[in-house]
Design a protein around this ligand. Structure first.
Ligand SMILES: Cc1cc2nc3c(=O)[nH]c(=O)nc-3n(C[C@H](O)[C@H](O)[C@H](O)COP(=O)(O)OP(=O)(O)OC[C@H]3O[C@@H](n4cnc5c(N)ncnc54)[C@H](O)[C@@H]3O)c2cc1C
Length: 385
């Protein structure tokens, strides 16, 4: 039997698109299938911006980020589109607390530059922030903002330039496992591929069931709120970095922000939490408590912003119990690879995910420690049968 494609990728969010692009760039004949017309705003990868940084407290992510940075750069050069704005990241937390200690330890271990700032130094350098004296910060100068929508479009542009075939508005209904070929049935037809990559984001829990997999994947609705500056330009990337507030375990450990950039005069400050959601009924989710919580937060800690929501953009992220994604072969069908459950921090990692999945598809030695992403941690069955 002759395959239609070497690889069929299901899902054209940032992860599936990064995989499809990297596979096509490595000479594979690739079909990328997306259920909705592109661009769309119903999954996890839309919007103007995402925070990126090298340093994770887990080394296995830092190793991926050491690749992701130059790979984002390559994509920007290939397309001639600026995808990254380096404005730094201010990690906020209790002075000498576990969080700031773990960030400085991780950055020091990898020889990355950082600055420890006392409460007074934070106040002097960022007069637009108001935190209690018990708060200190670590500034990561290499971090910044990825232009999310532009990044996704850049992957699609280059994927097609490398010979990839992209069908949007074509939902995949069924994947029929087989050796040597897997059959993918959509609303428009059947395609056969030697390998299939499933990167279906918030729909993965439901979608994978027909392949006999029940993974603990929970989609949440997280809304990006924008707040109007009282004086335009006071929170621009030149004087205001990305921020991440870790309240040492309380709800603030999920507050993040980005400078006024994409919408001049408006600053994104949001809670990386939200109600559980069915991805097909996202806007039914009640997020009033998130809006109220963030309104109080902005009023208390960002006096240069008007404390009422100006713009709200809903998005979904999909968590696993350990907040690590699943990037692995299907336990029974080794020619089906799963890349799901990026737990709200997968955007920055996408180029490295594309590299890892390409290595899996091509049976090459793996560049990263993938043990943390194994299916078997949830199914207790060997991941490579
Ligand atoms: C508000 C918010 C803020 C975030 N901030 C950050 C951040 O600062 N830094 C960071 O690194 N990450 C961040 N993230 C996380 C990051 O955006 C996600 O981890 C990433 O976008 C996940 O991408 P994905 O490709 O897995 O999912 P998606 O983008 O949802 O892609 C999955 C795609 O599969 C398609 N699909 C599903 N089922 C089918 C089917 N049957 N047939 C065909 N197509 C199908 C869907 O339509 C969708 O397009 C944030 C997420 C949110 C929601």
């Amino acid at each position: 039997m002759i395959p239609d494609f070497d690889v069929i990728v299901v899902g054209a969010g940032i992860e599936g698109s990064a995989c499809a692009y990297t596979l096509a760039k490595n000479g594979q004949k690739v079909l990328l299938l997306e259920q909705f017309p592109l661009p769309h705003s119903r999954g996890s990868s839309h919007g103007q911006s995402r925070i990126t940084r090298y340093a994770y407290t887990q080394d296995y992510y830092t190793h991926m980020m050491l690749d992701s940075y130059p790979l984002w750069d390559t994509l920007a050069q290939e397309t001639g589109v600026q995808l990254f704005k380096q404005c730094g990241l201010l990690n906020l937390g209790y002075e000498n607390g576990e969080f700031l200690d773990s960030v400085s330890f991780a950055m020091g271990r990898h020889g990355m530059p950082f600055q420890s700032l006392s409460s007074e130094e934070v106040k002097r350098r960022y007069p637009m922030l108001n935190y209690p004296p018990s708060y200190a910060a670590i500034f990561d100068p290499n971090a910044g903002s990825l232009r999310a929508d532009k990044a996704l479009a850049a992957f699609h542009t280059m994927f097609k330039k490398y010979g990839g075939v992209l069908h949007d508005g074509e939902p995949v209904k069924v994947i029929t496992p087989g050796q040597p070929l897997v059959t993918v049935t959509t609303t428009k037809g059947h395609y056969r591929g030697k390998k299939v990559v499933v990167a279906t984001g918030p729909w993965s829990g439901k979608f994978l069931e027909h392949l006999g997999m029940t993974l603990p994947l929970q989609p949440f609705c997280s809304t990006a709120f924008y707040w109007r500056e009282r004086k335009e330009g006071t929170h621009a990337p030149d004087n205001f970095p990305c921020v991440y507030d870790n309240g040492e375990g309380d709800w603030r450990s999920q507050v993040y922000g980005l400078p006024s950039d994409e919408y001049p005069g408006f600053v994104k400050m949001a809670l990386h939490l939200g109600p559980k959601v069915d991805p097909d009924a996202r806007d039914d989710a009640d997020n009033k408590w998130v809006r109220d919580t963030m309104t109080r937060y902005v009023r208390d800690h960002l006096p240069g912003l008007e404390p009422s929501v100006a713009i709200a953009e809903a998005c979904i992220f999909t968590t696993t119990p350990d907040y690590n994604p699943v990037i692995d072969c299907h336990p029974k069908h080794s020619n089906i690879i799963i890349a799901v459950g990026f737990s709200g921090h997968g955007f920055k990692l996408a180029p490295a995910v594309g590299k890892a999945v390409t290595e899996m598809v091509l049976n090459k030695p793996l560049s990263y420690n993938m043990a943390h992403f194994a299916v078997s941690r949830f199914t207790h069955t060997p991941s490579h049968l």
